[in-house]
Every structure is written in C-alpha cells, then in structure tokens.
Design a protein around this ligand. Structure first.
Ligand SMILES: Nc1ncnc2c1ncn2[C@@H]1O[C@H](COP(=O)(O)OP(=O)(O)OP(=O)(O)O)[C@@H](O)[C@H]1O
Length: 512
C-alpha cells in the first residue's frame, strides 16, 4: 500500500512514492518499506534467527529481483552479510567480499507483489543499469580461461540481474575490431569484453572506424579480467577503492555507473592507432615482448627476463617532444620549430574538421582537432632507458606506472627513465609495483597534451633500434626482422610517432 505521508514536507524535488506493506520476510512477520532506492523491513512478530531490522540499498546491494505470485524474490550481492542493520550514521558498506543471497518478501496479495515489482523496476531504471549487453569473449587471451570465467563468474550474476545478453567468441586476431565495426548498436546498452586489455582496445578502434563513430564511441564499454595483465580493470577498481576481483568487475557493470575515458590517437603519417591505456618504449617494452620466447617458464618469465635486461641494460638515443600540461612547463627544453606527424589525408573532404577522415564511401575518426600553431613544444634528449606514456594508473594488477593519471583529464602522464646505472634500473623496476619509482631523480614525471617520440638506435649499435608497444600491440620494432608468425607492424621504427588526446571521448563502466 502507498504511504500517504510520502512526499510531504515541502520538498521541491518530485519524490517516488514510499511503499509500506505488511509481509513475511524470509519467513518472519515484518513491515516492509520501499523508500527511494532503499528496501527495509522491521519485524512485527517474534524475531527468529537473530533477525532484526534490516535494509538493502538497491543500487549497491541488489543484483535483481523476480515476482512469483505473492513473493518478491530479491537477489542480493551485499558485503559480508545478506542485508545489514541500519547504521546510526545512515551509511553502510565497508570492506569484505560480496556474497550472493536471497531475500524473499511474501506479500499479502499478488497485486501488492506486482506493485512492488513495478516500483523496484522503475527505481532500477533511474540508476541507469544496462538491460541488454553484447559480451565478447576471447578464449585465446591470458591463460585461455575466458570461456570458463564467462560461464562461472559472469553468467550467474548477469542472469540474476535480469540482463539480456548476446555472447560472441573471438575467432581470430582483430575479430573484436570487426565485430565493433559492424554491430547494430541500437540493440545494446553496452559492449563487454571478457578478455585482456587488447580486446577492449580492438573494440575502441573498431567503433572509431565506423561512419557513425561519434555516437558509436559513446556506447558504454566494460571489461572482465581474463587476460595476462588486466591494467584497465585494476585502474578502475583501484580508483574506486574496490579490491581487484572478478565479482567486483562484473558488479561494476551491472550497477551501470559510467565514466568518461580519454582516447589517444597514436599517429605516424597516414597510419593511426587509437589507445585508451599506454604506450611504452625501451626497457619495459623489451621485457614484455622479448620475454615471450620464455613463455614456457610461466609467470617467472617476466622476473627472469627483467633481470637479464638489467644486467645487460640498454639505452636508446632519440628525442621526446611534448606539449606540457599546465604546471609542467619547466620540464625539458623549449623547441623552436616542429612539423606535425599527421599527414594531410588524401580525400579528406571535411575541411576545418580534422576529426573526420572521409573518402567516397566512409567518414571515420582521425583524431582530435589540434591547431599545431598554438602548441608550445618542449623536448627531452636521450639516451633513455624507458618511456611510459599512460592514460591510466596501472599497466597490470601489480604494476602502477602512472600514479597521478586520471581517466578523463585530457592529458597523458609521461614517466621517462633517463640514462641510469644498472642498480638504479633494478630499483626502479621494483618501484613500479606501487608507483614509487617516479620519485627517483632519474625519472621525469609530467603531464602532456601531446607528445612525439623520435626513436633512435640502441646506444653502441649502428643498426639496432628498440620496440614501441601500445596497449599490448607492437606498433614498431627496430630490433629484429619480423618472424613469420608475427603480424605486420603498423608503424616504422625511427620515424616520429605522435600522440594526442581526445578528452573523455569514450565511456566505460566503472564502480564509481
Ligand atoms: N581466437 C583467437 N585466436 C587467436 N588470437 C586471438 C583470438 N581471439 C583474439 N585473439 C587475439 O588475442 C590477443 C590477446 O587478447 P587479450 O587482450 O584478450 O589477451 P591478453 O592476455 O591481454 O593478451 P596476451 O595473452 O597476448 O598477453 C589479441 O591481440 C586478439 O586479437
């Protein structure tokens, strides 16, 4: 029944009706109340099983519900206990793992149960929860566990939340990009990747290759960690104070909170790659990519190869040019004159709008509009040991590369390791666990609006260069000739590669 007092008190905001109903909650007589997005009940008869007054926040404690006859069955996913006693301060939550549970509210009539079901449905709608998802599963990523993760960790929660879904497995490299390029976005409230970070990046690139890229890129993206590194999930959960776990990643998507995400255009001539995480050149890229040949060692391969690389520390010559963010104008030296890495796109018919590349059939995204004349470039000169250029704080669960990075501040965080002794390089690698390495005098840490790498050769060699890797994809390689099974690299090592940021262009599901 409806509470006649609800909405009284002169509040200017239109308020949802408060529902109050005599019921049996998990078998005990109680008075149930639905007020705003809070479902509460207090016992009206003998208290059983230690039960007293309880409440659930629909937003943060509830996966979904079903109405069956007179019963309203609420699937809970609360921390610690199924539903918590009201806090004297009016706030709940706290630490601890979430556990699934069920609260059965048995009403006196089917009509009442139906009315409550409708009211809860309306209140979920105001929370922006997704109703239909496309879920892309990469059975090949990480330890080849994505299929199982989907079945055992994702599906039970998605089904309890009443979300309709289509699942599609990737069949080959760049398949997720193809899916994103052609999918009918009207059918979905989000695209979820059960994979490593690489598939998320393929989806972003696919969306930006569409004619309708400017609306397509707004589809909320989500990621469930099933890859080798999982930096994006770690960055999202850490920024909200949530521990890294599969269920926290899934529930973040179900709850429907979203945040804007910068997209970086990585450009060399006419070649483009769109990144949402990071680019690395030097020591870390060498460790990441070259250690592949020791995959048989399992996770020890990274530690083993890191040590090997530190003992035989490589330095790379070259230049890093950048347009500093406000507050970082003192880093490096001023540069008199630079020329853009961006080519004049043949067939670009949208003069004055550099966000589009058009030919006769298509009009895709080409990166943010930047007036080169307005930019004041500065530079750092090599030799360098490593360069990280990142939009998010974490490269993987245990590697914090850019502690001050923000998802949508419109800047990239650069952490440049200058020439240093081997013992320092080892300490810096260890300090990447918690981000403390950026305090070293051998590291320049700053934010940029744009950045250009002019990668040079390994110091002491007249032929060998390094590796440039963006979001796990090898963009350019100057160290070896490509082996037969390695995909063709997008860019040439040696020619400049430019990065510019489009602030908050994409959208991602996030716990907060
Ligand atoms: N069926 C498939 N067979 C082979 N490769 C695939 C398949 N599906 C996707 N891929 C490729 O797998 C790569 C890795 O994907 P993902 O990001 O999910 O995993 P990862 O664990 O982070 O990566 P990696 O294991 O390579 O470090 C992507 O480049 C993607 O194109």
């Amino acid at each position: 029944m409806a509470d006649p007092e609800a909405g009284a008190g002169g509040s200017p905001e239109p308020r949802e009706e408060t529902l109050v109903e005599p019921a049996r909650v998990n078998g005990s007589a109680a008075e149930a109340t639905l007020s705003g997005t809070e479902l509460a009940w207090r016992p009206t008869g003998p208290i059983r099983d230690g039960g007293g007054s309880r409440k659930l926040e629909l937003e943060s404690d509830v996966l979904g519900f079903q109405v069956e006859g007179r019963a309203l069955k609420v699937a809970t996913f609360a921390r610690g206990e199924e539903a918590r006693p009201p806090s004297p301060l009016g706030c709940g939550g706290g630490g601890g793992d979430r556990k699934r549970g069920e609260v059965v509210v048995e009403m006196e009539s089917e009509d009442a149960a139906q009315r409550w079901g409708d009211a809860i449905r309306d209140r979920f709608a105001t929370l922006g929860r997704p109703k239909r998802l496309l879920i892309i599963v990469n059975p090949y990523g990480g330890k080849r566990g994505a299929r199982k993760i989907f079945q055992t960790e994702v599906l039970p929660l998605i089904e309890a939340a009443g979300i309709h879904y289509i699942m599609q497995e990737t069949k080959h490299r760049l398949h997720a990009q193809e899916i994103a390029r052609s999918l009918d976005l009207r059918k979905y409230d989000g695209v979820i990747c059960v994979s490593g970070d690489g598939i998320l990046v393929e989806v972003v690139n696919g969306l930006l290759q569409r004619n309708d890229w400017s609306t397509a890129i707004k589809v909320p993206l989500g990621i469930i960690p099933a890859g080798t590194g999982n930096g994006m999930v770690q960055a999202l959960l850490h920024s909200s104070g949530e521990p890294f776990s599969m269920s926290n990643a899934v529930f973040a998507i179900i709850r429907g909170h979203k945040r804007a995400l910068d997209v970086t255009s990585v450009v060399q001539g006419k070649t483009k790659f769109f990144s949402v995480m990071m680019l690395t050149w030097g020591l870390v890229a060498d460790i990441d990519i070259e250690s592949e040949k020791f995959r048989w060692m399992g996770s020890a391969r990274i530690d083993f190869y890191s040590l090997l690389r530190v003992v035989n520390l490589r330095r790379y010559s070259g230049r890093i040019l950048f347009v500093p963010a406000p507050g970082y104008e003192g880093i490096g030296d001023p540069v008199e004159h630079t020329t853009s890495c961006k080519s004049n796109e043949a067939g670009n018919t949208n003069e004055g709008d550099t966000s589009n590349v058009c030919n006769n059939e298509t009009c895709t995204y080409s990166g943010p509009s930047v007036d080169e004349a307005d930019l004041e470039w500065r530079s750092l000169n090599g030799p360098f040991v490593n360069a990280w250029i990142s939009n998010i704080a974490f490269a993987s669960e245990g590697v914090m590369i850019a502690p001050q990075a923000q998802f949508a501040d419109g800047y990239l965080d650069a952490a440049i390791i200058k020439d240093c002794p081997r013992s320092v390089a080892l300490r810096l690698l260890l300090g990447m666990k918690d981000g403390s390495y950026i305090e070293s005098p051998y590291v320049e840490y700053f934010k940029v609006k744009a950045l250009r790498i002019e990668p040079g050769l390994r110091v002491g060699s007249s032929t060998i260069g390094g590796i440039i890797d963006a979001d796990g994809e090898v963009l350019a390689r100057g160290d070896v000739t490509r082996s037969g099974d390695e995909p063709e690299h997008l860019m040439a090592y040696g020619a400049p590669i430019q990065l510019t940021v489009d602030q908050g262009l994409a959208t991602i599901f996030s716990p907060r």
